[in-house]
Design a protein around this ligand. Structure first.
Ligand SMILES: [Zn+2]
Length: 165
C-alpha cells in the first residue's frame, strides 16, 4: 500500500492509519455477492500542526441494512463505537467523517452520496467544519474532503490509494 499521507489545499496533512486502509479494503465489494459496507471515521487533529489523522473506522453492525447497492447505517451502534473510543482516548478523538463501499473499480460519489455528505457538513457534528469521506472501490479507495465555511459547502477530492500498489 503506497501512500497514506495527503497534502490538503490548506497545507495541512491528512494521514490515514495503515490498519484502517487494510480494514476498509478487506470489506471491498470484490465479489458479485458482496454487500455494501460502511461506517464512521474516527481520529485526531494534531495540536502542533493541525494535521488530521484517521486512526479508526467502524464497520457494519447488526442493525445496519446492507444491500448490494446501498448501505443504511443505524446510528445507535456507531454512536456506541464512538463513545467507547471517546472514553478510551480521554476525549481527544473526533468524528472525522464517513466511509462506504461501491461495487466499482474506481468509485464515484452518487447524487445521494453528495447530498448525504452535504447534510453531514451542515449538521456540524462536534462543531466540525471539515469532514472526510471515503469510498472504497474494488481497486481504489478515494478520499474527499468537505468543508463548511460559514454555511458555504465545498467538497473536493483529496486523493486515492490503489489496493494493489
Ligand atoms: Zn455511494
Amino acid at each position: 500500500m503506497s501512500k497514506s499521507v495527503f497534502i490538503l489545499p490548506t497545507n495541512q496533512r491528512l494521514k490515514v492509519n495503515e490498519e484502517v486502509i487494510e480494514l476498509l479494503f478487506s470489506l471491498a465489494q470484490d465479489s458479485l455477492d458482496a454487500l455494501e459496507s460502511g461506517g464512521i471515521l474516527v481520529g485526531r487533529i494534531l495540536e502542533s500542526s493541525a494535521d488530521y489523522v484517521i486512526d479508526d473506522a467502524s464497520v457494519p453492525m447488526a442493525k445496519d441494512v446492507q444491500k448490494r447497492n446501498s448501505f443504511v447505517r443505524d446510528s445507535e451502534g456507531h454512536q456506541e463505537y464512538f463513545d467507547q473510543h471517546w472514553a478510551h482516548q480521554e476525549g481527544r478523538c473526533f468524528y472525522l467523517g464517513e466511509w462506504h463501499t461501491h461495487p466499482e473499480k474506481v468509485p464515484k460519489p452518487s447524487f445521494i452520496d453528495q447530498r448525504g455528505w452535504r447534510n453531514l457538513l451542515n449538521a456540524k457534528i462536534q462543531e466540525q467544519t471539515t469532514l472526510f469521506f471515503i469510498i472504497v472501490g474494488i481497486q481504489r479507495l478515494v478520499i474527499w474532503q468537505g468543508v463548511n465555511r460559514n454555511g458555504r459547502i465545498r467538497i473536493f477530492r483529496v486523493g486515492d490509494i490503489n489496493r494493489y500498489e
